[in-house]
Design a protein around this ligand. Structure first.
Ligand code: UFG
Length: 341
């Protein structure tokens, strides 16, 4: 059974991917410094899969400790999620973001090279496209100047990985450009767990509905879109997790050094449509008000998913309603379950 190193494996997307790996018969090994996740996530994973994955509480910036993990395990691939991801915070603390997101990656690539671990799946983001000129956006659209240090770390990381593959330090990489991941595992045992005030739309909605926040602020209704609010491509987190399994398989079957894939649904959905879907599926009335635009928001972006559909043999399957309901079920579960959360 192949071991797969999952960095950031107790995080939101990481934990869902760990579950999918285990259910496909692969053996994930998690490394996470718990800077933005909790150890309890391992219990959720165990409740779903019946097994506890191997877990190391290690910071990827600590190359000595990371090396020990490579010495103790023989990995067939690495899936690299671990990174800081708050756009606003990255503007305030750029060096923290560059150091954390890039030093971690460099350490990982050095060790992959040393221990001959040849394939890498990297968490990138549709943020690399900025506001695309043509929608749906394909992987061939230009990468534009990043709007935040966070976005820039994704662009630079894509380049670092590509250079490392070119130099044959590792053989292959798949860069997955995520659109907007939302929702939770259908069991409601794992989900998104913002440790501070959420920046993202769906966790803010569910926290408002459960009474943790007073109201949702909708950032702008004067965009050039049918209802005036921004349009995004909201992808179910379990569907997204499955794209990682497809990427690991793809590298076993193809010899292409670096491949880039959009991971989205292909559907553009507005903020008002998300709010309405939430009210419909949850039966809750949501307090919200409309405020000014948030700086740095693009007006609309959604994916052309043909490349992923054809070459990865992967497709988003879950509906928006089902996905939003899963986020709500998770919110209710987690608030009831444990005061620690
Ligand atoms: N929104 C609100 N109110 C909120 C939060 C969000 O109206 O309280 C709106 C935003 O303005 C945007 C939409 O909801 O129109 C989605 O916002 P998110 O913050 O959930 O998602 P973003 O598309 O802004 O962010 C995503 C990723 C980031 C990435 C960014 C790049 O979560 O990691 O895309 O575009 F950097």
């Amino acid at each position: 059974m192949g071991k797969v190193l999952v960095t950031g494996g107790t995080g939101y997307i990481g934990s869902h991917t760990v579950v999918e790996l285990m259910q496909t018969g692969l053996e994930p090994v998690i490394v996470d410094n718990l800077s933005n996740s909790l150890m309890e996530v391992l219990d959720g994973i165990c409740e779903i899969t019946g097994k506890q994955p191997l877990f190391y509480e290690v910071d990827l910036k600590d190359v000595t400790k990371l090396k020990r993990i490579f010495q103790e395990n023989q990995f067939e691939s690495v899936i690299h999620f671990a990174a800081y991801k708050a756009v606003g915070e990255s503007v305030e603390k750029p060096l923290l973001y560059y150091e954390n997101n890039l030093v971690s990656l460099i350490n990982l690539l050095k060790l992959m090279s040393e221990f001959r671990v040849n394939s890498l799946v990297f968490s990138s983001s549709c943020t690399v496209y900025g506001q695309p000129e043509e929608l749906p956006v394909t992987e061939n659209a230009p990468v534009v100047k990043a709007m935040s240090p966070y976005g820039n770390t994704k662009q630079i990381a894509e380049e670092i990985i590509t250079d490392a593959v070119q130099a044959k330090m590792i053989e292959q990489a798949v860069l997955l450009r995520y659109f907007n991941p939302i929702g939770a595992h259908p069991s409601a045992k794992i989900g998104e767990l913002p440790l501070n005030v959420p920046n993202n739309l769906v966790p803010f909605i569910t926290q408002t509905a459960i009474g943790l926040r007073e109201e949702l602020k909708i950032f702008g209704d004067d965009y050039n879109t049918p209802d005036g609010s921004c349009i995004r491509d909201y992808i179910n987190v379990v569907d997204l997790a499955k794209a990682h399994i497809a990427a690991v398989k793809r590298m076993k079957e193809s010899a292409i050094p670096v491949e880039v894939f959009n991971v989205g649904t292909g559907n553009g959905v507005s903020v008002f449509e998300v709010v309405n879907a939430f009210q419909r599926v949850s039966g809750q009335d949501l307090n919200y008000s409309i405020v000014g635009r948030r700086s740095g928001d693009v007006e609309k972006v959604y994916a052309d998913t043909n490349k992923a559909n054809e070459l990865l043999g992967w497709k988003a399957e879950k509906s928006l309603d089902e996905t939003i309901l899963s986020a709500w079920e998770w919110e209710k579960y987690i608030r009831l379950k444990d005061q620690n959360y």
